[in-house]
Write a protein of this length. Structure first.
Length: 588
C-alpha cells in the first residue's frame, strides 16, 4: 500500500474551499423586511437512543466530504487532507469532552468545529493534566499509553508513549509548517522531558491560548521519532496511539483501519465504562462526486455522511425518513475583504457605508441557505463575542441593512456618485454567488460599480498568497476561519499573512497586546469584547455568515449524537457502534 504524497503543492485556498464544501445557489430574492443579523440558536438535541448494551464488532463506513487525496499525514507539514485521514490513528494531548458538554451531555457545545471551542470543552488525552505559569507549561503524561506499531515492526516495536515523545513533537512543531501559529504566538522557547512522565515547555511569557497553538491548532497529532526517521510523509509508515490502525490506503478509493486492541480510552454508557473502539473496522471512502456520496448514504452503503448540503435534505427525507440528523459547520465565515491600504477603501467611512449597505442576512439566506450569520470574528461560544443586543447602538446600526443611510454616508465621505472597484473571488458557486449578490446590491443601492474577477483555484491562491499577487483597489470574496479568540483576532486584524485586508490600527494592536498579557480571565474577556467591537466598527471585512450543512446517519449507528469533531477534524468514531441486527431488519 506504499503511498507517497502526490500533491504537496496543494494550496491553502483549496484546503479551506474544500472544508466549506458547499455548492449552492448564486442569488435569491431581496428580503422585504429590515434585515438584522440574528443570534445563533442552540441546535435541538437529537433523540437519545434507548438504553441498550453496546455491541462490539462490525464495520463503520463514514464519508467526510468530497476531497482529492490523500495528502500528507505528517503532522508538521499540514498538506490537506492528510490530517483528516491520519486522525483515526493519531492523538493530541487533549480531546474534546463531548461526553460532558456535547449533545450527548449537557448540550452546552455542539462540537460542530472544535477550532471554535474554548479550553473548558476539552479534557486531557496524552497528557492527563497540566500546570501553566508565565515561565513554563508542565504536562503530566498519562502512563500506560502505547504506540500501536503492530504490522509495522520494521519501523519500530510497540512501546510506551513518554514525555520524550511529547517534547519531540512540540520541538518539531516549532520548525514545521503546521507550527505557524505557535511561532506567531512567540512564547515558546523549547520543550524537554523532566522525567518519563513529565514534559516541560519553557516559555518567555504567558499566552492565553497556549493549549491551542501547542496542540498545533486542529491539524496535528503526535507521532513517534521512529516514524520521522522512516518517512513521516508516507501513510505506510503511520503509527500513533489512537483508536485505529491504518491497514489500507487505496488512492481514489478508500482508507481502511482496524481497531487498536490496546487503545487506552473508555466511554460511559448508562453509567458503566466500556473500552473503545466498538467497531472492528473503520472505512473512509474517497468519493469524488457530491451526488454519488448522497446516493451512498441513501442506499445504506454509507453509515454516516458528515456533509449533507441543505439542497439535498428534502430528497433524503422523502427517500430515507429514518435517517438521523444534526447540523454542522466547518467554522469558516464567508467575508468580503476590503483593501484598507488603497483608495477609496482606506477611508473608514467608505468601508462603514459599504457594511451598512450590504444586506448580509438576505445574502446568507439566499446563497449559504443555513447556518449562523452573526459569528465573526469571535464565535458566540467563545469569550469576547458580543451579542447583538449588547453592541453599542452605533455599531448595531452598522450591522443593520440601511441603503438610504449608506448612500448618505458615502456622500459625506466624498463619494456622492459612488465609485468603481474590482472584487476577486474563486470559481466556486458559493463565493461567486456572494460576490454577485453584493455587487448587484452595491450598484443598485450605492452606485458603486463592481467588476467581478473570478479565478480558478490555483490562480486565486496566487492572487492571495503569491509574491505576484496584488488585488489593488479591490475587495475579495473568500472565507476567514472563526477560530479561538486571540488567534482569530491576531490573524485577521494584526500583522499577519492572514490579514488580507491589510488592516492596521495602532489602537487595536495596543489593546490586543494588553489583552494577551492579561492573566485575569474576566478582565481579558472584557478587552476581547472591545476588540470585537472595534473590528466591526472599522469595517475592514464585511461578514456574510457561516456556511452549514447536516450530519446524517442511519439509526443502526448507536452512541452517536451528531458531533462533527472529537480530535482534530475527526468525529468520535471511537465511541460509535453498529447494530447489525437493526441494519439487517431495515433491509440493508
Amino acid at each position: 500500500m506504499k503511498q507517497k504524497i502526490l500533491w504537496c503543492g496543494l494550496s491553502l485556498l483549496l484546503v479551506v474551499a474544500l472544508l466549506l464544501g458547499l455548492a449552492l445557489v448564486a442569488c435569491g430574492p431581496k428580503e422585504e423586511e429590515p434585515t438584522t443579523p440574528t443570534e445563533p440558536t442552540t441546535p435541538t438535541k437529537p433523540a437519545e437512543p434507548g438504553k441498550e448494551e453496546p455491541k462490539y464488532g462490525g464495520t463503520l463506513t463514514l464519508h467526510f466530504f468530497t476531497l482529492p487525496g490523500p495528502g500528507n499525514p505528517d503532522p508538521a507539514e499540514e498538506v490537506w487532507p492528510g490530517p483528516l485521514y491520519a486522525f483515526p490513528v493519531l492523538e493530541q494531548f487533549k480531546v474534546c469532552d463531548y461526553e460532558t458538554y456535547g449533545p450527548r451531555g449537557n448540550g452546552e457545545f455542539g462540537f460542530e468545529a472544535h477550532k471554535m471551542a474554548p479550553l473548558k470543552y476539552y479534557k486531557g488525552a496524552l497528557a492527563e493534566s497540566w500546570e501553566v505559569s508565565p515561565d513554563e507549561v508542565i504536562f503530566h503524561i498519562r502512563p500506560g499509553i502505547h504506540w500501536a506499531a503492530a504490522g509495522r515492526e520494521h519501523i519500530m516495536e510497540s512501546r510506551e508513549y513518554t514525555a520524550e515523545d511529547f517534547a519531540f513533537n512540540v520541538n518539531r512543531l516549532l520548525e514545521g509548517t503546521s507550527g505557524g501559529g505557535l511561532r506567531a504566538a512567540d512564547f515558546v522557547l523549547s520543550a524537554y522531558a523532566k522525567d518519563k512522565y513529565t514534559c516541560v515547555v519553557e516559555t518567555k511569557k504567558f499566552y492565553p491560548e497556549w493549549w491551542w497553538v501547542l496542540g498545533g491548532g486542529q491539524v496535528t497529532g503526535h507521532i513517534p521519532p521512529e516514524v520521522v526517521e522512516a518517512g513521516a510523509d508516507d501513510f505506510d509508515n503511520l503509527i500513533g496511539t489512537g483508536p485505529f490502525i491504518l491497514t489500507e490506503c487505496v488512492p481514489g478509493s478508500h482508507f481502511r483501519y482496524r481497531a487498536n486492541p490496546d487503545y487506552w480510552r473508555t466511554t460511559p454508557v448508562d453509567g458503566k465504562e466500556y473500552r473503545m473502539p466498538f467497531v472492528d473496522e473503520l472505512v473512509m471512502p474517497l468519493i469524488g462526486d457530491l451526488s454519488t456520496a448522497v446516493a451512498a448514504i441513501r442506499t445504506g452503503r454509507l453509515d454516516v455522511h458528515m456533509r449533507i448540503l441543505p439542497t439535498d435534505m428534502e430528497s433524503l427525507d422523502k427517500s430515507c425518513p429514518g435517517l438521523k440528523q444534526y447540523p454542522g459547520n466547518g467554522g469558516n465565515h464567508v467575508v468580503i475583504y476590503l483593501r484598507t491600504d488603497e483608495e477609496p477603501l482606506n477611508n473608514r467611512d467608505v468601508r462603514r457605508a459599504l457594511l451598512q449597505g450590504t444586506d448580509h442576512v438576505a445574502i446568507h439566506k439566499a446563497v449559504l441557505l443555513m447556518g449562523e450569520n452573526y459569528a465573526w470574528p469571535i464565535h458566540p461560544a467563545a469569550p469576547g463575542h458580543v451579542p447583538l443586543d449588547k453592541l453599542p447602538p452605533e455599531t448595531r446600526e452598522l450591522m443593520t441593512y440601511n441603503p438610504e443611510k449608506a448612500r448618505q454616508m458615502l456622500a459625506d465621505a466624498g463619494y456622492p456618485n459612488g465609485f468603481t472597484m474590482e472584487m476577486h473571488t474563486a470559481t466556486r458557486p458559493d463565493w461567486l454567488g456572494v460576490a454577485e449578490m453584493v455587487a448587484g446590491m452595491w450598484e443598485q443601492d450605492l452606485n458603486v460599480k463592481v467588476e467581478i474577477k473570478a479565478h480558478e483555484p490555483v490562480a486565486f491562491h496566487a492572487l492571495l498568497f503569491g509574491s505576484e499577487g496584488n488585488y489593488t483597489h479591490s475587495a475579495v470574496a473568500h472565507i476567514q476561519p472563526t477560530l479561538v479568540p486571540y488567534t482569530a483576532l491576531s490573524s485577521s486584524f494584526c500583522d499577519s499573512s492572514a490579514n488580507r485586508s491589510r488592516y492596521s490600527n495602532p489602537n487595536f494592536d495596543k489593546l490586543y497586546l494588553d489583552a494577551v498579557s492579561t492573566l485575569d480571565s474576566d478582565e481579558a474577556a472584557s478587552k476581547l469584547e472591545k476588540l470585537f467591537i472595534m473590528g466591526l466598527e472599522d469595517a475592514p471585512y464585511i461578514p456574510i455568515g457561516m456556511g452549514s450543512w447536516y450530519v446524517r446517519w442511519w439509526p443502526w449507528v448507536k452512541n452517536y449524537w451528531g458531533e462533527s469533531q472529537s480530535t482534530g477534524y475527526m468525529p468520535p468514531v471511537e465511541s460509535m457502534w453498529v447494530d447489525q441486527d437493526m441494519r439487517t431488519s431495515m433491509g440493508y
